[in-house]
Design a protein around this ligand. Structure first.
Ligand SMILES: Nc1ncnc2c1ncn2[C@@H]1O[C@H](COP(=O)(O)OP(=O)(O)OP(=O)(O)O)[C@@H](O)[C@H]1O
Length: 247
């Protein structure tokens, strides 16, 4: 397998706190790799360094063999890395379809035509509808975004990530705030996407993580203490001790 993302010896401190401590991680092409860890373990700090909103003190971030450690966020997006969920990218005043068409338009580099509604371009509209079908929102295309539920907004964010055709999707707690049924639906949706994209998933919902991940890395005090398949992680004593409890 080929590494899409390779993180080598990453360090980031805030005052006396080592939020990222000699962190090593590899995401292979097409895998869904989940990173779990207790509150304050450094998951957000790690993902911020992967998408470029924070720059490490030392160490390297490689994307498809290229050193992107100090590359600006928008240039990483251009290379094919997208981050979803932590900061919403939805424009509530616009229709559901307009949001997706706009994301498709941005991908094509037509954002200078911002004043021309993206939905007036037939190809963007058709592809937008197809993406909405894919995330189960085909019947909501013409609804106002603001009128949709939280779970539906999360599905829209998946459609926007898909519109960007990103090779590496960084999914930052997609289940946060979802009810039981909505979480199950999100897991089913992500199952349909995985394999086609490389995905790094940060998630607190262990049922979702164990249902989805090809591999899991466990982050404790900024350091990955174990990486393995879900069954390897379940059986790892250090992990049970540090994180999963005695279950
Ligand atoms: N800008 C900052 N200034 C100071 N300390 C910070 C900053 N950002 C993070 N930290 C500290 O770094 C550590 C890691 O925080 P981080 O938010 O990355 O953890 P996390 O695993 O994402 O937590 P959670 O699961 O609660 O979201 C924590 O001790 C946190 O207080």
């Amino acid at each position: 397998m080929t590494a899409v993302l390779k993180v080598e010896g990453l360090n980031k401190s805030f005052g006396g706190i080592k939020a990222t401590d000699n962190l090593n991680l590899t995401v292979e092409a097409g895998e869904l790799h989940a990173v779990i860890g207790p509150n304050g373990a450094g998951k957000t700090t790690m993902i911020s360094q992967l998408c470029g909103t924070q720059i490490p003190d030392s160490g390297r971030v490689m994307f498809k063999g290229r050193d992107i450690t100090r590359l600006a966020t928008h240039r990483r997006a251009h290379l094919g890395i997208t981050r979803s969920f932590q900061i919403t990218s939805l424009i509530m005043e616009m229709s559901v379809l307009d949001n997706i068409a706009l994301a498709l338009q941005a991908r094509e580099g037509h954002s200078f035509r911002f004043l021309r509604p993206a939905r007036s371009v037939a190809s963007l509209r058709d592809r937008g509808r197809a993406l909405l079908e894919r995330v189960g929102l085909g019947d909501k295309a013409d609804h106002a975004t603001v009128a949709l539920s939280h779970g539906e907004h999360r599905r829209m964010e998946i459609a926007i990530a898909l519109a960007s055709e990103a090779e590496l999707m960084l999914l930052d707690e997609p289940m946060a705030g979802l009810g039981t049924q909505e979480s199950l639906e999100m897991v089913a949706l992500l199952k349909g996407i995985k394999g086609k994209h490389s995905i790094l998933l940060i998630e607190h919902d262990m049922d979702a993580v164990f249902a989805l991940a090809d591999r899991i890395s466990v982050l404790v005090y900024g350091h990955i203490i174990a990486t393995g398949t879900p069954s390897e992680i379940r059986g790892n004593e250090a992990v049970q001790h540090a994180y999963l409890g005695e279950e």
